[in-house]
Design a protein around this ligand. Structure first.
Ligand SMILES: [Zn+2]
Length: 438
């Protein structure tokens, strides 16, 4: 449950302010008046004791499936953004594999309006690269940008045809917008449902060859080199793929990449019980790949962490590993899972983790920064970094229960988000922190 309050003034006391936009990491008070950061709080301000908590710019997830329009049995903009806010996100970019797909200005506008009416965070629509996501005719990028699209992707599928992708890159370069590719050549992945390896052989399930991802990234980096178009690898998952992006960056190409929380923690061994809640595209890979994704974040080859939040109904997921749709929900577990992978292992600290959820995605999407600075509109997240909690999918605000982390103990959870004068408290951890009186 989310508790929503509007205040003319808010004063956050004594939190650790981590702001990657201005390189800040210090204990300080943050005051908000009329929805903007100010020197001093107003009279009668709502006070929040943030001792021991982290105060950072609002988190962003640039890869989320909100399922509307057309698939509201899986999720709605209302439930998906409630899950996002509960996870600490103030912005999500939503993918176009809806019904109809986000391939017309009308659908882009509908999503933005709907999110303003029913949403709990900002929603940035990613429009389709091709009409109907069919991989044949490139959409009208200029019209879609004008309507409010922030980037382009056929996510759920890669654009196989090189001539089509070249045309997309030429438009992207001309309009200085971003192409986000779901990297998977279908003639190579060939119906695979999990990583091609020992576990897929043991289970007798069709394996998904990692070269399907790597070959598409190689082709697209080449197209970016030829056209100058900005290119972002969605849900990177293999060691070689990370190396390809690293080299492209060294070459100075406008290439970025994201990694999913689950690809930082789980391997295909998690699929050994054939639980459909461990089925996703790209699939869970091997130890070397997980290690390479972590290293990629640390050395900057990978820019940000995403969830690829992909809700499905329990009935759909009950179809068994072979037939169940791919995808898992992640918005409400993202921070804890990422902290488990990157902080509990000693690989990184909260300043890095905050960067991968704020400045990282914001730069990849060319969004304006939202530092915690006087005069800026308030847009922040409060995190309890040491809060230990148990993942209970039945408590999710998302309609989806399809998570592989049910019953896991995680450390670190969002307590609240603030946008303007609007305070959203996520009840579980906010209660534990005493922000909501029991
Ligand atoms: Zn995808």
């Amino acid at each position: 449950m989310l508790n929503i309050h509007e205040y003319s003034s808010i004063l956050i006391h004594g939190g650790r302010v981590i702001d990657p936009y201005c390189g800040r990491d210090e204990v300080a008070d943050v005051a908000i008046v009329g929805g903007r950061y100010t020197e001093r709080a107003g009279a009668g301000a709502r006070e929040i004791d943030a001792a021991g908590l982290i105060v950072c710019p609002g988190l962003a997830d640039m890869h989320v499936h909100l399922r509307e329009p057309g698939q509201s049995h899986k999720e709605t903009i209302e439930t998906g953004t409630a899950a996002a806010a509960a996870g600490g996100f103030t912005l999500v970019a939503c993918m176009p594999n809806t019904t109809p797909p986000i391939d017309s200005p009308d659908v882009v506008r509908w999503i933005i309006e709907r999110s303003r009416e029913t949403g709990y965070c900002e929603v940035a629509p990613v429009a389709a690269i091709t009409r109907g996501r069919a991989g044949k005719d490139v959409t009208d990028f200029a019209a879609l940008l004008e309507a409010g699209a922030v980037a382009f992707s056929d996510d759920g599928a890669g654009v196989d045809d090189e001539a089509v992708m070249l045309a997309a890159f030429q438009q992207a370069a001309r309009l200085d917008t971003l192409l986000i590719q779901h990297c998977e050549f279908r003639h190579i992945s060939a119906g695979g449902v999990m990583h091609l390896g020992e576990v897929s052989r043991r289970l007798g399930l069709p394996g998904l060859d990692p070269r399907s991802e790597e070959a598409m990234i190689e082709r697209d980096i080449d197209l970016s080199r030829k056209t100058g178009g900005r290119y972002h690898v969605a849900h990177i998952s293999t060691a070689k793929a990370v190396e390809l992006v690293r080299r492209a960056k060294r070459e100075g190409l406008p290439v970025t990449a994201e990694v999913c929380t689950h690809h930082l923690l789980l391997t295909d061994e998690a699929c050994a019980g054939a639980d459909p809640n461990t089925k996703m595209h790209p699939p869970l890979r091997q130890r070397d790949d997980v290690d390479a994704c972590r290293r990629g974040l640390l050395d900057g080859a990978i820019d940000c962490i995403v969830t690829d939040h992909a809700p499905h109904t329990s009935a759909e997921k009950a179809a068994g590993f072979l037939k169940a749709p791919a995808g898992i929900v992640g918005l409400e577990t993202a921070l804890g899972v990422a902290a488990d992978a990157m902080i509990a292992t000693g690989a990184a600290g909260w300043p890095e983790l905050v960067r991968w959820f704020t400045a990282g995605p914001s730069r990849a999407l060319s969004r304006p920064p939202h530092p915690i600075q006087h005069g800026q509109e308030a847009n922040l997240t409060i995190v309890h970094p040491t809060h230990r909690w148990v993942v209970r999918p039945d408590d999710f605000l998302s309609k989806g229960r399809n998570a592989p982390f049910g019953g896991w103990r995680l450390t670190g959870q969002a307590v609240a988000t603030i946008r303007g004068g609007r305070l959203l408290l996520t009840s579980h951890s906010a209660t534990d922190c005493g922000l909501i009186p029991i």
